[in-house]
Unconditional design. Structure first.
Length: 633
């Protein structure tokens, strides 16, 4: 291991990997030792995937913000932690040093306390990409409140569902937001949500747009006004290593999204470890992750990982295509970004805008490129490599999930080799396996199977909020003794993994997960709909698009009106990101005699693989398949 603590060569990777398998406890204890603990752990690991129960660094006490902030102050207090790039390129950039960030977090934490928020309370955060979002997240962690960030594009209904599920006592939000050419209200959405959320006693509002928003007396306060009453001293609460740090809701194949719960100690250790090794972050470099803090990528590789590592990073408020499709590249040049981390969908969309948006920019500061969220096709990989990385930047294709807390499979930038469309090798401490459908481990290479993990790593989810049985059912019951990812994968002759995609009823739209059932129930709220079935289909930009088959309630005289109403319903229930791309009206759905929808057939039609529908004779009404094929959009 090099002195920087980074794995520096292929042989060091192999050595670290072997040690991590032979003696996981010694391996992770050595990594955990790099951090500031208020009290050292007495046991490294206890686990049982049957219950499931996983505990890391048992008996240890820490506060993650002390590790993100306080411990950098003495030597690196003046280092820039956050470079905030506003939506408008002409608006002033805000640079926040570690010392300033520490102070802002402490003050915000004192505002939370002033508003009655205590250790263990849940706090929902619904904010655009402004510095207060990161400050608010860390302020919660400072006092031991459990944050639940809800992506600012979700509807009032989604926000309310998540607040109610977690019984949050407070909401942190802003007045409004800027996104590209649009300005949108945020507080209005919160107000609407809060009419259904009696658990919320306080709402703390940051100023962003300066719009006048209604403030409910006794509940709503302005952050800037509250800050006048607090000082900059806020001792970090001692958290048990296994105390929950945050909840993040994520969609699965059934029902309402689950609140994935992450721990304090294990999550901290793995977020930093994976950041340091995958991106090979070097002192003084600038890191830019384009993900919103509303998703897990923004948690682990913006709010926490880079700060734990003492890095300097860019936080971008806007969208990749505003004011033009060269915005990312102009930010890279403007802030001399060295490491750039984005989603394949963004790469494909910028690729479609053409090289005219790339060529005006030098991009010479770039050293490492990363992708996350969905499989990257080879064409996009090569475009990224050649036109953004100029052929000289390693690409890390990082596979992981909300539930895994951090990157599990990825090459290490410039250290282990890369192969287009392969996430490649497991990080040290990660033991992936491929299973057959009946649960047998496939030991050979050049195979395909269900991707499971057979040993815990520090940032594995601990439970799903309020429903441990659901956690067991979803992740630990299909293949007892394993954590089941829901993904299918291939393994090549050299042991590299290639993630194929979900094998369950989850659609990955632009790297965002939605359950088919979740979208169907939103569609079914339209008065035009009797029943619906949703499947994913390959989409050039988004990776997967949403294809909805709908049985209409009444005769449709104007299909456009019905379509609009269905879309409005999805926007209201989930948010604009889950809008169906295609809506086909049908008179019936292909069902088995027991009434189960044969999604396989619907998927094949949506994929335009009409020749390989398989046996349809067992269907209740085989004729409906012909109609569906003919009406394909
Ligand atoms: C980080 C994140 C998780 C799902 C996962 C996969 C897919 C993520 C990759 C990928 C192929 C990748 N969390 N996925 N990364 N597929 N290559 N590098 O995305 O919880 O929102 O989604 O995303 O299907 O199960 S997530």
């Amino acid at each position: 291991m090099s002195t920087s603590g980074r794995i520096g060569s292929w042989s060091e990777y192999q050595r670290a990997y072997q040690l991590s398998i032979a003696d996981p406890e010694a391996f992770w204890a050595a990594e955990a030792d790099r951090f500031t603990w208020k009290r050292k752990w007495n046991r490294v690991l206890e686990w049982d995937f049957k219950k499931p129960e996983v505990k890391w660094f048992i008996g240890g006490e820490l506060n993650i913000t002390e590790n993100c902030l306080d411990r950098h102050l003495e030597q690196n207090g003046d280092r820039i932690a956050l470079i905030w790039e506003p939506n408008e390129p002409k608006e002033e950039v805000i640079g926040i040093s570690y010392r300033e960030l520490h102070e802002r977090v402490c003050r915000y934490a004192n505002v939370l306390k002033r508003n009655g928020v205590k250790k263990g309370d849940r706090v929902a955060i619904y904010m655009p990409m402004i510095p207060d979002l990161v400050v608010g997240v860390l302020a919660c962690a400072r006092i031991g409140a459990i944050h639940s960030v809800v992506f600012c594009g979700f509807s009032a209904r989604s926000l309310a569902d998540r607040i109610i599920d977690a019984q949050a006592v407070a909401v942190l939000c802003s007045d409004g937001m800027h996104r590209g050419a649009k300005a949108m209200s945020v507080k209005d959405v919160v107000d609407e949500a809060l009419t259904h959320c009696p658990s919320v006693k306080h709402c703390i509002v940051s100023q962003r747009t300066g719009d006048a928003v209604p403030m409910t007396v006794g509940r709503d306060v302005w952050l800037h006004a509250e800050l006048k009453h607090v000082d900059a001293n806020c001792p970090a609460e001692a958290m048990d290593s296994e105390d929950p740090l945050f909840i993040l809701y994520t969609s699965g194949s059934t029902g309402m999204p689950k609140g994935v719960v992450h721990s304090s100690g294990g999550y901290m250790v793995f977020a930093e470890y994976s950041f340091r090794n995958v991106f090979q972050y070097k002192k003084d470099e600038v890191f830019f992750c384009t993900a919103d803090v509303g998703w897990i990528t923004g948690h682990s590789y913006m709010a926490y990982g880079p700060l734990l590592a003492g890095a300097t990073q860019v936080m971008f408020e806007g969208v990749p295509t505003y004011p033009d499709a060269g915005r990312f590249w102009s930010i890279v040049d403007k802030h001399k970004v060295n490491i750039f981390y984005t989603a394949p969908t963004a790469i494909r969309s910028l690729m479609a805008h053409g090289l005219d948006h790339v060529s005006p920019h030098s991009l010479s500061s770039l050293r490492v490129l990363g992708t996350v969220g969905e499989p990257i096709n080879e064409e996009a990989w090569h475009w990224y490599k050649q036109h953004i990385g100029k052929g000289k930047c390693p690409i890390v294709d990082t596979w992981w999930q909300t539930e895994t807390g951090g990157i599990l499979i990825s090459s290490l930038a410039g250290v282990t080799d890369e192969k287009p469309s392969y996430a490649a090798y497991p990080l040290p401490g990660i033991q992936p396996v491929l299973l057959t459908a009946d649960g047998k481990e496939i030991l050979e290479n050049e195979v395909e199977g269900l991707l499971c993990i057979k040993f815990p790593w520090p940032s594995i989810l601990r439970t799903t909020w309020g429903d441990h049985e659901r956690c067991r059912q979803t992740y630990f019951s299909s293949y007892p003794g394993y954590y089941f990812t829901g993904d299918g994968a291939k393994r090549d002759a050299d042991g590299r993994y290639r993630i194929i995609g979900r094998v369950d009823d989850v659609i990955n739209v632009s790297g965002h997960r939605f359950g088919t059932a979740e979208i169907e129930s939103a569609i079914n709220e339209s008065e035009w709909v009797v029943e619906s079935a949703v499947v994913g289909y390959p989409h050039n930009i988004k990776g997967q698009g949403i294809y909805a088959y709908v049985i209409a309630e009444k005769e449709i005289t104007d299909a456009e009106i019905a379509r609009k109403d269905i879309i409005a319903s999805v926007v209201k229930v989930i948010g604009p990101i889950a809008k169906p791309d295609k809506i086909q009206f049908v008179s019936g759905l292909p069902k088995t005699r027991s009434g189960k929808i044969m999604r396989r057939i619907l998927r094949k039609v949506a994929e335009n693989e009409l020749g390989s529908l398989g046996d349809t004779s067992t269907l209740l009404d085989p004729a409906v398949v012909e109609e569906i094929k003919t009406g394909r959009l």
